[in-house]
Design a protein around this ligand. Structure first.
Ligand code: FAD
Length: 425
């Protein structure tokens, strides 16, 4: 029997070795690149994190709630995987986190043992062979490139995903499968890189840092999370309250009570609840910094975001009051309130601002860090207006409301900025 395998990556090579264990099977392994296992070579930052001794079905997510993963792991668990690599001649080592790497710390070693194992009489490697078409025959498949056609009785498509396009990731496999009548779910990125224009970040490549990401849904959860952070990480020196939502650009008469409660809970109540955990410890040790991210919408009224504006006005009032309280106590704990203009994160997709430009996230982030370093009290971030906080407050103080509305609302276009808002889709 001839078994054709399209794709010479990790799964294609493993499938070829498994199929070749049957003496009556002849394996044809098709790989469009010149070498096998190119993506594998780049995995785990060049070290190849080949499994994890704590791997179990509970760590898998998806529409089938881990059913596929548990079926696969029941048939072939971590121990089987490690035994298999050991039989191939690969020494491995597990880190404290459970991640398993080749003893050499080189992904090349994994690729090498696989390539070596593939040197069997009943395995034929066809590199540089890009399968472009598959035709289902009466009892098998024809595998075609523009130049040649090869027949096989059984076919395994192991073309990999689209991740790592420079390493061979492509849509080819999905397309071949779709032509055979298979459906795929929507593709989504999972583990992704973070891009930054700041050159210094390149030096951090490959550095792992422990961090905790927690979704806090009630006061008790906040208290528990804070005590966990204290015991596992240590004292909190800087708290940045930055979670925020905007639900729509509806005028207030169309808003729902659910939207009002959700917006106020996330934008206004949450920063207070989190700060309430952290602040007593900061006051006790007389050091620390709380930075609360409000919004320029918390300074200037704006149609089509009334609930959002209310939530952000409240943040400014609360946050700056805490700042004054701490100053009156002569505490060294600092509070900075940030009120950024629209930032291009996607949260305000569709917003139009003809005069004051929308800001890049990196610009806003740099400004926030500088404001914390300089212990600024209230800081409005825009790209056009110098001293914007004082400028806006002064204008609100000296201009008659009609003139203020005309100048900021119409001339600057702020009162129509939300007209085409779509937000994140
Ligand atoms: C940067 C990076 C780091 C990673 N680190 C880890 C890690 O440390 N640990 C881990 O477990 N996973 C890691 N992964 C994920 C891991 O690389 C993949 O899960 C794994 O490579 C999938 O193997 P595969 O054989 O399914 O696909 P691939 O490795 O993508 O192999 C598919 C092969 O099919 C070939 N092919 C495609 N179309 C055709 C065609 N039409 N004709 C012929 N050949 C074709 C491709 O050239 C490719 O060689 C990482 C991924 C990336 C991108």
């Amino acid at each position: 029997m001839i078994v054709g395998i399209i794709g010479g990556g990790a799964s294609g090579m493993a499938a070829a070795l498994a199929a070749a264990e049957h003496p009556n099977v002849q394996v044809l392994l098709f790989e469009r690149q010149a070498r096998l296992g190119r993506k594998l070579q780049a995995t785990g930052n060049g070290r190849c994190n080949l499994t994890n001794i704590h791997a179990n079905a509970a760590h898998y997510y998806g529409a089938d709630q881990g059913k596929f993963a548990s079926a696969a792991l029941e048939r072939y668990d971590v121990e089987n995987t490690l035994d298999w690599f050991s039989e191939l001649g690969l020494y491995t080592v597990a880190e404290a986190s459970g991640r398993v790497y080749p003893y050499s710390d080189q992904a090349n070693s994994v690729v090498d043992v696989l390539r070596l194992a593939l040197c069997k009489p009943n395995i034929q490697l066809l590199t540089g062979f890009e399968v472009q078409k598959i035709r289902r025959e009466d009892c098998g498949f024809s595998i075609m490139t523009p130049e040649e056609t090869v027949y096989c009785d059984k076919l395994i498509i192991a073309c990999g995903g689209i991740a790592g396009t420079k390493l061979g990731g492509s849509m080819a496999g999905y397309k071949l499968l779709a032509k055979l009548g298979h459906h795929s779910t929507r593709l989504r990125p999972t583990l992704v890189q973070l891009k930054s224009p700041w050159g210094g970040v390149a030096g951090l490549k490959g550095v792992r840092a422990n961090c905790k990401a927690t979704i806090l849904h009630d006061d008790k959860a906040v208290a528990e999370a804070y005590s966990r952070v204290k015991s596992e990480v240590g004292q909190v020196d800087i708290l940045i309250n930055c979670a925020g939502i905007i639900t729509s650009n509806k005028t207030f008469d169309h808003c729902t009570t659910e939207e009002i409660h959700r917006t106020m809970a996330i934008n206004t109540v949450a920063p207070m609840v989190v700060a309430l955990q952290v602040l007593p410890d900061m006051i006790a040790r007389n050091s620390g910094h709380i930075c609360n991210i409000s919004s320029a919408g918390g300074l200037i009224s704006n149609p089509r975001m009334s609930v959002y504006a209310a939530s952000k006005w409240a943040v400014i009032g609360w946050s700056d009051s805490v700042r004054i309280e701490l100053e009156q106590m002569k505490s060294s704990v600092k509070v900075t309130t940030i009120a950024p203009y629209y930032i291009k994160t996607g949260m305000f997709e569709g917003v139009k601002s003809p005069i004051v430009p929308l800001m890049e996230p990196e610009y806003a982030a740099r400004h926030i860090i500088r404001s914390i370093e300089r212990n600024k009290r209230v800081s409005v971030i825009t790209r056009l207006i110098p001293f914007p906080y004082h400028f806006v407050r002064l204008m609100q103080g000296i201009l008659p409301t009609k003139l203020f509305d005309w100048f900021f609302g119409e001339v600057f276009g702020i009162y129509h900025s939300m007209d085409n808002f779509t937000g994140r889709q």
